[in-house]
Design a protein around this ligand. Sequence first.
Ligand SMILES: [Zn+2]
Length: 138
Amino acid sequence: MHYNKNRYATDKKVADNITESWLCVDCGVNTAPGIPDGPTTRIEMALKGTAKSRLGPDSEVYTVWPKLWKKAGMKPWDGCLCIGCLEKRLGRKLKHSDFDPSDPFNQEPVCSKGTERLLDRRRNHKWEPPGKFSWNDE
Ligand SMILES: [Zn+2]
């Protein structure tokens, strides 16, 4: 699928919170293979009233603090970045405190599902054993 970044940015006038494309804008990997893209989701919602989605060990669905997203050269609704490409742009590995715990993408049931590297970055390495995740440390 061809991805026109300029067109996408100006087209985001639809009053919903549906992500247009889950493809990483840098490397093209699908960050949410179990979730249809925006146009497909809207059609399914209109026809069936619901859209099927699945998160799993192949998903990188997350948000980081807006100032960090901006630091990576991204604007709101600018598209998705896989963890590897976001870290490449930032020049460092992500850490627990980079994720906004108030965002639904960083809460259950979304936050406990994802690639190993996403779960690793979300984990508070100070006290959480591998495989465990919680925001209840502050
Ligand atoms: Zn990428």
